[in-house]
Design a protein around this ligand. Structure first.
Ligand code: SF4
Ligand code: SF4
Ligand code: SF4
Length: 257
């Protein structure tokens, strides 16, 4: 039986998520026994125009050219997997959405700004149907391997649906709130093994929200430590702006029903 084909495509991003696939050196060799990579800018020079079984895509959609290209990728692949926060949640690219596009282009490129193609940044699912999303900045290489294994045996892959605090407590870390810091762990999807708090830093929420975040409990924690909602929103600005807007739009829609 022919091996399924896979390709990795990058849009607006640092391509750190495609790189994190390469960093799984040992497991990747095993994966290559079951999948044929046919295009992957960081790893090979070959390109293809054929139909692909699985397309892994990192990066946000932030130009008209991106829109055209992701639609072409979608048409050519049987399954599209968004990898990393830029692709799933717009990540730092959403910072540009604070400005008008003409203002932004002028700010960055001066008079030459009019020559550049830019639109507000969006995650892939805002432009084309996406079959699965792997969060994180960068995506966790081990999680990628686990999900690819599930896809190859036809199982529905799953992400942890509990907050980073659970992993953090399991590791017996001292909570950074007790060190006077702020942390998004109570509302952020686990799966990174509480990487940042384990090294004494706070969680910035790079994996996006857990499905049903207990926001009230988080506000209570903030109150206990003398923090404000505004300070929280500043944190959300880095990774979760787009997701917050989507949630708000959904809630408004439900309210109107
Ligand atoms: S999610 Fe982070 S690591 Fe991945 S491509 Fe975007 S900025 Fe780079
Ligand atoms: S450090 Fe952050 S993730 Fe860890 S327990 Fe405290 S709030 Fe939760
Ligand atoms: S602790 Fe938070 S910011 Fe750090 S990797 Fe995990 S989800 Fe991302």
């Amino acid at each position: 039986m022919a091996k399924p084909t896979a390709a990795v495509f990058s849009f607006t991003c640092c391509e750190g998520c495609s790189l994190s696939i390469l960093e799984n050196e040992n497991e990747l060799l095993d994966i290559l026994n079951f999948v044929d990579f046919v295009e992957w800018r960081e790893a090979m020079s070959e390109k293809t125009t054929d139909t692909i079984d699985i397309a892994f895509v990192d990066g946000s959609i932030s130009t008209h050219h991106d829109v055209k290209k992701i639609k072409q990728v979608r048409e050519r692949c049987k399954m599209l997997v968004a990898i990393g926060a830029c692709a799933t949640n717009t990540c730092v690219n959403s910072l540009k959405n604070r400005y008008g596009m003409s203002e932004l282009k002028e700010m960055v490129y001066g008079e030459a700004g009019a020559n550049f193609d830019t639109i507000p940044a969006r995650p892939l699912h805002a432009v084309v149907p996406v079959d699965f999303e792997i969060p994180g900045c960068p995506m966790q290489g081990e999680e990628f391997i686990r999900i690819v294994q599930a896809l190859l045996i036809g199982k529905a892959p799953r992400l942890p649906n509990y907050p980073v605090c659970v992993e953090c407590k399991r590791k017996e870390n001292v909570c950074v709130y007790d060190k006077g810091m702020f942390c998004m762990g109570p509302v952020t999807r686990a799966g990174c093994d509480a990487d940042c708090p384990s090294y004494g830093a706070w969680c910035e929420g790079c994996r996006g929200f857990v499905d049903h975040p207990n926001e009230n409990a988080h506000w209570e924690v903030l109150k206990e430590y003398g923090l404000t909602v505004e300070e929280v929103m500043q944190r959300f600005d880095i990774f979760c702006t787009y997701e917050l807007e989507e949630r708000k739009a959904k809630a408004d829609q439900q309210e109107r029903k």
